[in-house]
Design a protein around this ligand. Structure first.
Ligand code: T1G
Length: 697
């Protein structure tokens, strides 16, 4: 056989074991020997049944995503050919699933006659998260096992289900009581003893027959599953393919699935989402931290501050399994903080995403104090106190006095200089920034701010803990606003002038919504509260004609029922307000600004292009290690549409030459620094380079 496939015999059962580290992806070098092993088992009269198992930590994790876009992806034997061979076998084939059977891995298992799972296994079809759909029969086989409604929900969400749910739904036939392979062999022997027939999934129609008679239930499931797919093609293609599985004969539906898959895999949205898949993993690899470095042990976490951020951060660590002590200055503040935490968990329970028992268990992981000394045994202490350097330094001074040697001291600052904070302690090597995004218990992004003196093992510990609590970590350098907020500043810089010169809040927000952002900057400002920016500007001695006027009038946004928009009682729907239009015109008149029609393209050039430019400056200053890190920050922390791959990936598709030309035009016209093209960006545009390393658009 080959290093990737070995075949053993247990009586009349051929046990085919795959071994393609790290996750048994169905690379071509695995597909070929597997195909040969299946043919040999088929033709060997002494073999009466087959088990397919995997070595290593998981069953097949899917097609080899690195092969997409190369001839290997479709090289024979393809995954569909493997599935067809499995389904044609005259003897029972059993998949032995441990770890995760995902994508093509589950599709191969669905082409087996039976599936036995380890109790800790998970199965799923996550292709939609790569801008794809299951392209090896998943959309036609899964509905035949679980019914079209459940199938379309699984395929459009892309989320895996655990072994017990898979057994209940009918995806797997049994859960191993002991050793998975032994149980799978015993299962195969029992099926051989039964004498069959071993009906392949393709021939089972009972679960889809009802929908064939009445599609209304299925269409309702489609409507629910595709509710939030804003501009993405893959979720809709997934639903179409499952509908075909119901309404068309198997082979016809399979053919159409392939056509839909080929259409998606060559499209920019899938390239963008595959880029993000690998970018997220790259971001967790920190240049300059050698393989020998080990993370410090973190068993107990302290959080200072029980406000919105502190409470959310504390929940994140508790959700990741850590015991957390929350410190506040008073019992009343602690009471308020824990009431909010309890309410947040209560919402999850009412939504059915958390059981009462789980809530009680998590609440039991918290402890509370008003005494710094109670944090002395914490391995990691993070502060989420008021965003003011003096306050931060006071907190770190106290931590320095009580924290045990080797404890990691972290700041949740959004903007401030972590080096300056570190310098206020005698242990700058133990200080790091952990910038969570609000709501901290929900948002996945975590900017890990590396100070000049932050020790490598502190950095590695932060990355390890971040992934344990389900965050997406990106290591960033020290500057005002790090990566995300610094680029947000560039994206927002022209907002007021665009309004004064003739655009309306609703026009600008529509340009953003059409681009795929969850909402535009002005609706977002109303949601977050305009007073936050107003306070920040005042602390920096800055002004904003319109934003300040709105706040001076008490128009803070949704929380006051008025901001850039009007909000009806209890509604979050932004309504354009003629009062705001009048205010803008008045401010323009005061400044002698002649208003004019402003095109949507101009809005893009004066908001998104400066953002790309700031990203290039961030790369020049090594505040971010790679362009794809910036893409991960923006798609996980600010709602940059994943179908566009993040700002730097999108800039490649927009064309760096075009971006530089337009930045130079606006720089010439306004003289504003935000338009002055970064040297790196100019150089890349001249050289025809690209941020994603692919040929320029
Ligand atoms: N192909 C290639 N490389 C992969 C891979 C894959 N499918 N999955 C993981 N890797 C790499 C990953 O880049 C990393 O590399 C290493 O393996 C460990 O991954 C036809 C078309 C399986 C749950 O979408 O969800 O099948 O950084 O850090 O946290 O219909 O990997 O070490 O160099 O994520 O333990 C569908 C994707 C493919 C599953 C394990 N399948 N993978 O998580 O390890 S499309 C997926 C995962 C498809 C068919 C369609 C996770 C994991 P490096 P990791 P992990």
């Amino acid at each position: 056989m080959s290093d990737y496939v070995t075949v053993a015999r247990d009586g009349a059962i051929a046990v085919i074991t795959l071994d393609n580290p790290p996750v048994n992806a169905l690379s071509h070098h695995l597909r070929e020997p597997l195909f040969k092993a299946l043919e040999a088992a088929r033709d060997d009269a002494a073999v009466e049944g087959i088990v397919i198992a995997c070595a290593g930590r998981t069953f097949i994790s899917g097609a080899d995503i690195t092969e997409f876009g190369t001839p290997k992806a479709l090289a024979s034997p393809s995954l569909p050919e493997l599935c067809a061979l499995l389904e044609s076998l005259p003897k029972p084939a059993v998949a032995a699933i441990h770890g995760t059977a995902l994508g093509g891995g589950l599709e191969l298992a669905l082409a087996c006659h039976y599936r036995v799972a380890d109790k800790g296994a998970k199965v799923g079809l996550p292709e939609v998260k790569l801008g794809l759909l299951p392209g090896a029969g998943g959309t036609v086989r899964l509905p035949r096992l679980v019914g079209p409604e459940k199938a379309v929900a699984m395929i459009v969400s892309g989320n895996p289900i655990n072994a017990s749910a898979a057994l209940e739904a009918g995806v797997v036939d049994a859960i191993a009581a002991g050793d998975l392979t032994a149980d799978a062999i015993a299962f195969a022997k029992a099926r051989v003893a039964d004498g069959g027939p071993h009906v392949p999934v393709r021939d089972r129609d009972d679960k889809i027959a009802p929908a064939r008679a009445d599609l209304s239930g299925f269409e309702a499931a489609v409507k629910e599953a595709t509710r939030k797919t804003r501009g993405l093609e893959a979720p809709l293609a997934c639903a179409t393919a499952v509908r075909n599985a119901v309404t068309l004969p198997f082979d016809e539906a399979l053919k159409k699935e392939r056509e839909l898959f080929i259409g998606l895999v060559n499209g920019v949205q899938s390239r963008a989402q595959r880029h993000l898949f690998f970018a997220e993993r790259e971001a967790a690899k920190v240049p300059g931290v050698s393989k020998e470095v080990q993370p410090r042990a973190v068993k107990k976490v302290g959080v200072i501050g029980a406000g919105t951020m502190g409470g959310g951060i504390a929940m994140s660590f508790v959700n990741g399994g850590y015991p957390v002590t929350i410190l506040e200055m008073s019992d009343e503040a602690l009471d308020r903080g824990f009431a909010t935490i309890d309410k947040n968990y209560g919402i999850s329970v009412s939504r059915g995403s958390l059981s009462e028992e789980a809530k009680a268990e998590r609440m039991g992981r918290f402890s509370r104090t008003t005494n710094y000394a109670d944090l002395a045994d914490c391995d990691l202490i993070i502060e989420a106190v008021f965003e003011e350097m003096g306050v931060k330094k006071e907190v770190f001074g106290r931590l320095d006095a009580i924290a045990k040697p080797g404890a990691i001291l972290a700041s949740n600052t959004s903007y401030l200089d972590v080096d300056e904070i570190a310098a206020s302690t005698g242990r700058p090597q133990d200080v790091v920034g952990l910038h969570f995004f609000s709501p901290a218990n929900v948002m996945r992004l975590l900017e890990i701010v590396r100070g000049d003196k932050t020790a490598p093992d502190v950095l590695l510990t932060a990355l390890t803990v971040a992934r344990k609590i389900g965050k997406v970590p990106v290591v960033v350098g020290v500057c005002h606003g790090f990566v995300g907020n610094r680029m947000l500043g560039a994206r927002s810089a022209e907002g007021e002038d665009l309004l004064l010169e003739g655009a309306s809040p609703e026009q600008i927000d529509k340009v953003f919504a059409d681009f795929g952002w969850p909402m535009g900057p002005f609706a977002m400002g109303d949601l977050a509260g305009l007073d936050i920016g107003w306070r920040n500007r005042k602390s920096l001695g800055k002004t904003a004609a319109i934003g300040d006027a709105l706040c001076e009038a008490g128009r803070f946004g949704q929380k006051t029922g008025k901001g850039f928009y009007l909000y009806e009682q209890g509604s979050r729907k932004p309504i354009p307000d003629p009062e705001v239009a009048k205010l803008i015109e008045e401010k323009a008149r005061e400044r002698g600004v002649n208003r004019r029609d402003i095109s949507d393209d101009e809005i893009t050039e004066r908001t998104l292009y400066p953002m790309i430019n700031e990203g290039a400056r961030i790369l020049e200053e090594k505040i971010a290690a790679r362009p794809s890190d910036i893409d991960i920050v923006w798609t996980n922390g600010y709602g940059f549409p994943i179908g566009k791959g993040g700002p730097m990936f999108w800039a490649d598709t927009e064309g760096l030459r075009k971006i530089v030309e337009r930045l130079e035009y606006w720089h010439g016209k306004t003289g504003k620094d935000v338009f002055k093209p970064a040297a790196l960006l100019k150089q890349m545009a001249e050289d025809g380079g690209s941020f994603s390393g692919r040929p320029a658009a």
